[in-house]
Write a protein that binds this ligand. Structure first.
Ligand code: ARG
Length: 256
C-alpha cells in the first residue's frame, strides 16, 4: 500500500473510532443557537417521513428538548446503520433514533437516560412462527445495525438471520414470503401493521428482548449529555412527555 493510501485508511479508522473527532461542546452549541440532531426517518411512529416532513415521537421530543434549552434544531436523516459513526465524525451533536442501550454501543458513544422502554417482538404471517422455539429452521429478517442481530444469533436453531436496510423492506419481504419472521420494536410493528391494514393478517408474537432506548452523544461530551438529560427530565415532570407519548402511542411509554 502506498503512503498516501495508508494515511487515508488510518485516518478513516481513527474517524470511525471517534479518536480524532472534536464534538461540539454545550457552550459552542449554545453560541451557535442550533442543536444538530440526527435520526433515521424510517422507524414510525418514532421517526419517519410523512411526505417531505420528518415526524414522530422522537422528532417531537427532540424539538421540545431543544426548545427548553432555547435552541433551534437542525435535523439530519440518514440510514440507521451509519448514525453512530456519523456522531463520532462530529456531523451532528446528538442521535435520537431508538437505539437500545447495549454494552457494545457504550464502548463507542455516551447514551442519554432512556426516553422510552420497549420490547422487541417476533412477527409473522398468521399461522407462522411467533415464539423463539418456533423460529427453529426459519429465516428471520431484521434491520441492519440493530441490537436484535446478536439476540437472534443466540437463539438456537434459526436457519438464517437476514438483514435489511429498514423495517419497511422487511415487511415487504415477509408479505412476499421471502421471510418466515421479522423482529422489531413492538410499537413500530403495531403502527406499521395498522397503517398498511395488515393487522390480523400479520401477527405480533413473543418478545425476544426488552430494551431501554436512548439518545446518544459523543463519548466525553458530558455537559451536553447532562443538559439533554436535564431537559428530558423536565419534560417528563411537566407533562410534556406524557402528552407526546399519549399522542403517538395512546399510553405513557417511559421506562418504569
Ligand atoms: N431498538 C433497536 C436497536 O437499538 C432498533 C432501533 C432501530 N431504529 C431505527 N431508527 N430504525 O437496535
Amino acid at each position: 500500500m502506498n503512503r498516501a493510501l495508508f494515511l487515508l485508511s488510518a485516518a478513516l479508522v481513527l474517524t470511525s473510532l471517534g479518536a480524532n473527532a472534536e464534538a461540539r461542546t454545550l457552550a459552542q452549541i449554545k453560541a451557535s443557537g442550533t442543536l444538530k440532531i440526527a435520526t433515521e426517518g424510517a422507524f414510525p411512529p418514532f421517526n419517519y417521513y410523512e411526505g417531505k416532513q420528518l415526524r414522530g415521537f422522537e422528532v417531537d421530543l427532540g424539538n421540545a428538548v431543544a426548545k427548553s434549552l432555547n435552541l433551534k434544531v437542525e435535523w439530519t436523516a440518514q440510514p440507521f446503520d451509519g448514525l453512530l459513526i456519523g456522531l463520532n465524525q462530529n456531523r451532528y451533536d446528538v442521535v435520537l433514533a431508538s437505539h437500545a442501550i447495549t454494552p457494545e454501543r457504550q464502548k463507542a458513544v455516551a447514551f442519554l437516560n432512556p426516553h422510552y422502554c420497549s420490547a422487541v417482538n417476533i412477527v409473522a404471517k398468521k399461522g407462522g412462527p411467533l415464539t423463539r422455539t418456533a423460529l427453529a429452521g426459519k429465516v428471520v429478517g431484521t434491520q441492519i445495525g440493530t441490537a436484535q442481530i446478536p439476540v437472534l444469533q443466540a437463539i438456537p436453531g434459526i436457519k438464517s438471520v437476514r438483514t435489511y436496510p429498514n423495517d419497511q423492506t422487511i415487511l415487504t419481504a415477509l408479505q412476499a414470503g421471502r421471510l418466515d419472521a421479522w423482529t422489531s420494536n413492538g410499537p413500530v410493528v403495531a403502527y406499521m401493521l395498522k397503517q398498511t391494514g395488515l393487522t390480523g393478517k400479520i401477527v405480533i408474537g413473543e418478545a425476544i428482548s426488552q430494551e431501554r432506548n436512548a439518545g446518544a452523544v459523543a463519548k466525553g461530551n458530558t455537559e451536553l449529555r447532562d443538559a439533554l438529560n436535564g431537559a428530558i427530565k423536565k419534560l417528563q415532570a411537566d407533562g410534556t412527555y406524557a402528552k407526546l407519548s399519549q399522542k403517538w402511542f395512546g399510553q405513557d411509554i417511559r421506562c418504569p
